[in-house]
Design a protein around this ligand. Structure first.
Ligand code: ASP
Length: 323
């Protein structure tokens, strides 16, 4: 009888919690440095999603390091009450192949709350690089074998994946310089401490526009519409057959978060993704807000599973691992 009462009051507490959710600030963990592209998406989304969540405060918690795996691990271990969420990108699909041991399971340690956007990447160089277009870049790379530094946000990051594919397409090796995110890598690229980087347009558009870096190409299969990026050739059109990297961002909660809470979060996400201000901000940075079924948690999960299957063999073939 006593046990039954304990269970009943626990169930009641969960119901009350779901009814009153959210009643305190929500923290969204961004697994990369502040000021970078994942952080940009999170801050814009936080603004759009707080209204449908009743105006609750949203705190962005940058837990950077190890290609985004430290922040993801923090959320996997967090109390599943809807007050700690994770905003992560394609790394959710590349980390399982890149890390021999990961402190969480992408498929089973999270509740999937829906996909947010698709973002292409750009191949960019330091402003002092003598190569002013892609053709000159290929020549320069050939002349500087063993001396080129390529920045990234650590193993498992989108910039790492794109850089890996670029080196393999050109059959060349560069020295990769890992940062806690591409915001600090961008500072070093603009300052000439590193030579090249591949990064999401959500971090590179303004720098390209301001001529603070040299832009060589986009990684999408089609040219982009964003004014600052529309004249950039695709890597495919420059001869890198099949080269296509598209980054996506999704929202997650720790496994075991009550269903009432996850459905409130998914409903709020759907409203945020229709917010004209959010759409406008994302489009100006080359990102496309998700309007398809991947906004549904089950479809989000299916999509990530398919991405794991897609990228796993390519990464394994490249023979790069982290412990
Ligand atoms: N753009 C980074 C990456 O390479 C992540 C970031 O700094 O937001 O994955």
């Amino acid at each position: 009888m006593k046990r039954l009462l304990v269970i009943a009051s626990a169930v009641l507490a969960m119901c009350v919690q779901a009814q009153t959710y959210p009643s305190k600030p929500i923290s969204i963990v961004v697994p990369f440095a502040a000021g970078g592209p994942t952080d940009r998406v999170a801050r814009d989304l936080a603004e759009a999603i707080r209204k449908p969540l009743g105006g609750v405060s949203i705190i962005i918690d940058n837990v950077a390091g190890a290609g985004g795996s430290i922040g993801a691990a923090k959320v996997a271990r967090a109390t599943p009450d809807g007050y700690t969420l994770l905003l992560h990108h394609i790394g959710m699909a590349t980390m399982p192949a890149l890390y021999r041991t990961l402190p969480f399971k992408v498929e089973s340690d999270f509740e999937y709350l829906g996909l947010i956007n698709d973002v292409p990447m750009t191949l960019i160089g330091r402003p002092t690089l003598p190569a002013k277009n892609y053709k000159e870049l290929v020549t320069w790379i050939g002349q500087n074998k063993g001396k080129i530094n390529l920045g990234n946000a650590g193993l498992g990051a989108a910039s790492h994946l794109c850089g890996l594919m670029f080196q393999s397409a050109l059959q060349t090796d560069m020295t990769t310089v890992p940062y806690k995110g591409t915001a600090p890598a961008m500072t070093d690229l603009m300052g000439g401490q590193i030579d090249l980087m591949c990064d999401q347009t959500t971090n590179t558009t303004q720098q390209i526009e301001g001529k603070k870096v040299i832009a060589y190409a986009v990684t999408s299969s089609k040219p982009l519409h964003t004014p600052a990026l529309k004249d950039l050739p695709t890597l495919q059109s420059l001869g890198l057959k099949d080269f296509e990297v598209s980054i996506w961002h999704g929202l997650y909660a720790p496994k075991g978060t009550p269903a009432d809470v996850t459905s409130k979060l998914n409903a709020a996400l759907k409203v945020a993704l229709k917010d004209p201000d959010f759409i406008k901000k994302q489009e100006a940075l080359g990102a496309v807000v998700v309007t398809d079924k991947r906004v549904e948690p089950a479809e989000h999960k299916k999509f990530v599973a398919a991405e794991i299957v897609k990228w796993g063999p390519l990464i394994k073939a490249a023979g790069v691992y982290a412990d």
